[in-house]
Design a protein around this ligand. Sequence first.
Ligand code: PLP
Length: 416
Amino acid sequence: MDATDGRVIKPMPPTGMSFDAIKDHLLPLQMPDPHAHFARAFRGPKDVQEVGKYAFEKFMSDNGFFSLYLPYMQTIEQEVIAMGVSLLNPEKNSTGNFTSGGTESNFSAMHAARNWARIHKPRVTKPNVVAPYTIHPSFQKGARYLDMEVITTDLDENGRGIAANISAAINDDTIMVAASAPSWHYANIDPIPEIASVAMGAGLWMHVDGCIGSYINPFLEKLGEKLTPWDFRVPGVMSISGDLHKFGYCQKPASTIFWRDAVLQDHHYVSIEDPFLGQYKLAGFSGSRSAGPIFAAWAVFNYLGEEGFLRLTRRVLELKEVFTKGVAAIEGLKVWDVDVMPMHFHSEKAPTSAVYQGLFEKGWLMLGLVAPEAITICVDPALTDEDAALFLADLREVTESILAGGEAKKGDIRYS
Ligand SMILES: Cc1ncc(COP(=O)(O)O)c(C=O)c1O
């Protein structure tokens, strides 16, 4: 292997490697547990992983391209959608689609809203979305693909959107309002009822980014947590995203986009009449795709059931408490108050980026925020109390060493 300007140059090997040699090469690249659970790779408990893996492997070479037509696959995908939407206080005709991740789910909502607006707001030439500042960058990305614009608005002191700001930012080209339940940045749920009411009053499509929340909020509520109403029980909410590969504990890539009514879903589909192939209409943006994630999601949902999701949600809450207390007990570190997940903390004395780098050097590849700087823990219920203690001990050692005047190399805090 050679590298030129960061480009890897490697010719196709003239002969194949043995399976053993391939394993020897790849196995050391795997991050050890528990570090892997912190390392941008939310995984879920081992037994749940095993169930998902079984179904994933069995169907990974089947083509999800055909999920709208092949009966055995269609039923499984539709059952996943039906189980997912059942958590969101749906209407009789609420439905959804399986996607590859939160980015595609949010993109799908923007795309459907744009198609809907072409009928309902025909004078709009450059459509825009108005959303609190904490809306996920996947909206900016979707806007680039769809030639739309995202107008962001200021937050309140707790990092939540403000309905009056959304209202003030809406203009003649606005077609959609979006808010988060919760956002990644502050892990707080925006005031969805007030924001949806503004959207409805202005005749706009209202989308809730529930990529983090859709598979944990319902169970938090069942456990008695008082969350701001955020799902289809809120009048005006037309679509909600929900990531299976986050708190759905399913294998990546897997997410869902839900529509309040099947009529809205019609704006999602793109149907091409090809002169040679006939109708080309698929479930979403992808063409050929592995059916593995669809079957894995079905397996995980049926394995866990409501009881399993509640158990894992309880564990997330327990661990949240352990991390909150553990981090707060370290001098100079401040834990942010969040509605759901992820957790964030920053350092008030040493630079947060130095703590981040210190953790990195001990093998903890953390997610973080850049402005304001913070270190993120997206609590995976797979973690044991011992895993949490190991992390907290390293965090204490790193922080104390920096405060004692040790070497403090600043790390490049990153989200992606
Ligand atoms: C609130 C929110 N929306 C969307 C996304 C994008 O999800 P994905 O990375 O699965 O595309 C994320 C990812 O963390 C997120 O936190």
